[in-house]
Design a protein around this ligand. Structure first.
Ligand code: SAJ
Length: 403
């Protein structure tokens, strides 16, 4: 049977979205360039870690509403949910969006709905519209074209896909309305109509706003370090003010979104985006600074004790209690520290993964017991109740012992 919806990109967002739509008894055909991903999904299994996604995909495939393939098929709605990484000099790379659009060009027909969900620089949806109509001039003005960014938090995707509000912007009013009607079938959160450019910018601004706020917290941590003030206590106290809400400092900002999306604004508006650009610099610098602090602690230990220390680096993930190491500041710090290693002994810890192709992992209790210097890079729950850290040098960059 002909699918109703084609989903291009079956990753962290595309697959959960495909499963959600299919769970509403709508035929979905998912497309991915990776044959392993396609085979895994067609077996009713998944290739990513996300709570509740396994059963959603298993049921959708078993009931016949979700199938996957390497090439798109004809449908009425096409969703583009592919990565938009960045190239050298932090410039956004929309070649996956272009390739996905090219793949469906011959399939498009009058009245179809084309939606981009991938995080994209402002103007991408209009650019794709121009490209489609240049290649298929007979369809000009007869398609519905819109942008609707995803905004789900990894680890809570299945819930947030349904319950978060969505911002939906078409290239014209009719497109916005068609896209709104589409999402209404699956989303319980409010749907907010706008135009494509505003919707594109909205996604970039959401993540940039968080980046700027974290940069403020990280800047405070550097100031407090010099001033001899406990930054965690300071923030807790400042947040007692009814209109102050400072976020938490850490070992830097990672992940595939917040550490990336602000560059999409900076690349297009370099003169205007002063704070956004500076925030990226501060958050990157914080990771560099943490690595320097570890090196200093190592030298100080040698001076004090006349021997090389054993050092535990606690956490590699990009944030607490997940197994995702993408763009992880903790991983960057571990790499930097190890580059500078001499004869010290290192224990690398990441309780949320079994093994790593570069780092030899050590169990967290063993590492903490044996180490002279313990460096907390990620505030994983497991690290909150370690035994006595008395007589050890502790560098707590993520405040795990404060909470
Ligand atoms: N972090 C701090 N201090 C804080 C909060 C976070 O240092 O107070 C760090 C984390 O450790 C991590 C990074 O920031 O390294 C990002 O983590 P996060 O939990 O803030 O966000 P993500 O990347 O998991 O998900 C974000 C979310 N965006 C916002 O909260 C505005 C999510 O809703 C988006 O859907 C997602 O990006 C995305 O896909 O764009």
């Amino acid at each position: 049977m002909k699918p109703e919806v084609v989903m291009i990109g079956l990753g962290y967002i595309g697959l959960p979205t495909a499963a959600l739509i299919a769970s509403n008894k709508v035929n979905v055909f998912g497309v991915d360039i990776n044959p392993n991903v396609v085979e895994t999904i067609n077996r009713g299994e998944i290739h990513i870690v996300e709570p509740e996604l396994d059963s959603a995909v298993a049921n959708a495939v078993k009931n016949g509403f979700l199938k996957a393939g390497l090439k798109a098929q004809e449908a009425n709605t096409y969703l583009i949910v592919v990565p938009t990484p960045f190239k050298d000099k932090n410039e956004p790379d929309i070649s996956f969006v272009e390739a996905a659009t090219k793949g469906i060009l011959p399939l498009l027909k009058e009245n179809d709905l084309y939606i981009i969900e991938s995080t994209s620089p402002v103007g991408t949806t209009e650019k794709m519209m121009d490209y489609i109509y240049a290649e298929r001039p007979e369809l000009e003005g007869k398609l519905h074209i819109a942008y609707c960014p995803e905004r789900v938090l990894p680890g809570n995707v299945m819930h947030e896909l349904v319950h978060n509000d969505r911002v939906i912007g078409g290239v014209n009013k009719e497109s916005t309305e068609r896209a709104l009607a589409f999402y209404k079938n699956y989303v319980k959160g409010e749907l907010h109509a706008t135009n494509a450019r505003t919707a594109e910018m909205c996604k970039l601004v959401e993540n940039s706003s968080r980046d700027v706020q974290i940069a403020f917290a990280n800047e405070l941590s550097l100031i407090c370090h010099k001033a001899g003030i406990n930054v965690w206590e300071l923030i807790k106290l400042a947040n007692k003010h009814p209109r102050v809400n400072i976020l938490q400092p850490g070992s830097g900002v990672g992940g595939h979104c917040i550490a990336v999306d602000p560059y999409f604004i900076v690349a297009d508006f370099p003169m205007e985006s002063q704070i956004i650009g500076k925030a990226r610099e501060i958050n990157n610098y914080k990771s560099f600074w943490c690595a320097e602090q570890v090196k200093n602690a190592k030298l100080q230990f040698q001076l004090n004790h006349g021997k090389k220390p054993k050092i535990a680096l606690m956490g590699l993930a990009f944030k607490p209690n997940i197994d995702d190491l993408r763009e992880s500041p903790a991983k960057y710090i571990a790499q930097k520290v190890l580059q500078d290693a001499q004869d010290e002994e290192y224990y690398i810890v990441e309780p949320n993964i079994q093994e790593h192709k570069v780092f030899k992992l050590t169990e967290y209790n063993t590492a903490a017991e044996n180490a002279d210097i313990i460096v907390f890079l990620v505030a994983h729950n497991q690290f909150k109740n370690l035994g006595s850290l008395h007589n050890k040098v502790v560098l707590d960059f993520c405040g795990v012992l404060e909470k």
